[in-house]
Write a protein that binds this ligand. Structure first.
Ligand code: ATP
Ligand code: MG
Length: 475
């Protein structure tokens, strides 16, 4: 048993952590990280990973780093870094002083690469990307060894140093790990570690023209930060042998990679590449368009961070892929807002109602409860007057007994207002209803009477003279 008491239900990752705590593999430390690539805005899938990594650190009294995996300058931008920082904070997580950038480790990664070359475990490759692919073989056939594979350590070191100095063009050479071209795991068939890319990096500028590949960089980032549990999505399961191989060859601190099933939501695109296309080709008005599944889009759409965190808890973590129904996310939001949101009245498609027996010029302040679920939310005053707006769809000229809303001769309740009865319907030349005339019952102030009268329908409304215009977004 660990000496902390987890507040969350257990899952397979906690079981692994508990085992490590028991065996002492990481000296009882729990140190996770959330490692976004700053090549887009965070989406609801990232939220699952954020809640998992920060949540585990919280529960085990550990630490969670926010680390930008900024190893590909051709796609990364400061705007994305800023948005990610904002969104993780908004979700309610705090990395304290543990904010890191993979680019800060470029020099150290470079030195590690030289070390591998010196060990005879890496070589400079002259084959083109296409040739490398064709030499790689398939799941059924082993790969072919490249002629570059037999280069001497000295030659490899010389070429790699010249790659770094900028002597070669983009794509003309790469550095590869020397592992096993016939491994059943294609990731182990001499994967590329560095490529040449003469591109300006948002943080390191033009200091580098070679950039590390994900598999090479990621384990080193974890190792340098002394991460204990490197949690990633299932696609990386086949990469774990490579993650382990690099760290073993270098004989450096070695975290445990653990894979979990990514969040899939029905009707929801979560590939950053596709979301970028929606933005760039202007199908949406930016990354924070309320129709986007990004955290900034969900925020504009009215989602609360509490609901998103609760959603992450509800879906849990598993080892097999599945698809979650979007309705669960909406349900979780509704549960949260129901407890917290202040109720207001607004009319979207107004129909004017004139209350003929209500004194002209009179305005009464009606008392309205702000949230029936939460007494501490208090009450507010809303003005009631002779002319009000109701929702056009709350009135029908012809309706059967099941219609509880307004119709001619029928009494309904105006929420926090009075009972009214419709007496007359006014139409324009085209037959369109322009206004209704009603009478009110002065004995029903506040929307109720004590005479046992049954009034089923309750309508929302606004006082016409006091109403303000609003932009309402419907989804
Ligand atoms: P995409 O495939 O959309 O480009 P990504 O995984 O490449 O996303 P990163 O910025 O690398 O994006 O992701 C940062 C972290 O978020 C990673 O640890 C990744 O595993 C996690 N993550 C991304 N998408 C999901 C998802 N749908 N569910 C859970 N975790 C996710
Ligand atoms: Mg990624």
């Amino acid at each position: 048993m660990s000496d902390s008491t987890p507040t969350q239900p257990t899952n397979f990752i906690r079981t692994i952590i508990d085992e490590h705590n028991q065996s002492g593999r990481f000296d009882q430390r729990v140190h996770t990280r959330f490692p976004p690539e700053p090549n887009g805005y965070l989406h609801i899938g990232h939220a699952k990973s954020i809640c998992l990594n920060f949540g585990l650190a919280e529960d085990y009294n550990g630490i969670c780093n926010l680390r930008f995996d900024d190893t590909n300058p051709s796609k990364e931008e400061q705007e994305y870094i800023d948005s990610i920082i904002k969104d993780v904070k908004w979700l309610g997580f705090d990395w304290k002083e543990n904010l890191f950038y993979a680019s800060d480790y470029f020099q150290q990664m470079y030195e590690y690469a030289e070390k591998l070359i010196q060990k005879g475990k890496a070589y400079v490759e002259d084959l083109s990307a296409e040739e490398i692919r064709s030499y790689r073989g398939t799941l059924k056939e082993p790969g072919k060894e490249s002629p570059s594979r037999s280069r001497s350590v000295e030659e490899n070191l010389d070429l790699f140093r010249r790659m770094r100095k900028g002597e070669f063009d983009d794509g003309s050479k790469v550095l590869r790990a020397k592992i096993d071209m016939s491994s059943p795991n294609l990731n182990m068939r001499d994967p590329v570690m560095y490529r040449i890319l003469h591109a300006e990096h948002p943080r390191t500028g033009n200091a580098w023209c070679i950039y590390p590949m994900y598999d090479w960089a990621h384990g080193l980032e974890d190792s340098i930060e002394r991460i204990t549990h490197s949690i990633c999505t299932l696609e990386f399961e086949d990469h774990r042998p490579l993650y382990d191989w690099f760290l073993d060859q270098l004989d450096v601190y070695h975290p445990q990679q653990i894979e979990f099933a990514r969040l899939n939501l029905n009707y929801t695109v979560m590939s950053k590449r596709k979301l970028l296309k929606l933005v760039q080709e202007k199908y949406v008005n930016g990354w924070d368009d309320p129709r986007m599944p990004t955290l900034s889009g969900l925020r504009r759409r009215g989602y609360s961070p509490e609901a998103i965190r609760e959603f992450a808890d509800k879906i849990g973590v598993a080892k097999t892929n599945s698809t979650v129904d979007f309705a669960l996310l909406d349900h979780t939001l509704r549960e949260d807002l129901n407890k917290r949101a202040i109720r207001m009245m607004a009319v979207l498609n107004p129909l004017k109602v004139i209350i003929d027996n209500y004194p002209e010029g009179q305005v009464e302040e009606m008392e309205a409860v702000n949230n029936p679920e939460d007494e501490s939310a208090g009450t507010r005053k809303i003005p009631f007057s002779r002319e009000i707006f109701i929702e056009r769809e709350d009135f029908r000229e012809e309706a059967n007994r099941k219609w509880f809303r307004l119709k001619p001769g029928k009494e309904v309740r105006l929420k926090h207002g009075y009972y009214i009865t419709c007496t007359d319907v006014i139409k324009d030349a085209g037959g369109e209803i322009t206004e209704l005339h009603c009478t009110y019952d002065p004995a029903s102030k506040g929307g109720w009477t004590d005479d046992g009268r049954k009034v089923k329908g309750t309508l929302h409304w606004v006082s016409a003279a006091h109403a303000v215009k609003a932009e309402v977004r419907l989804y």
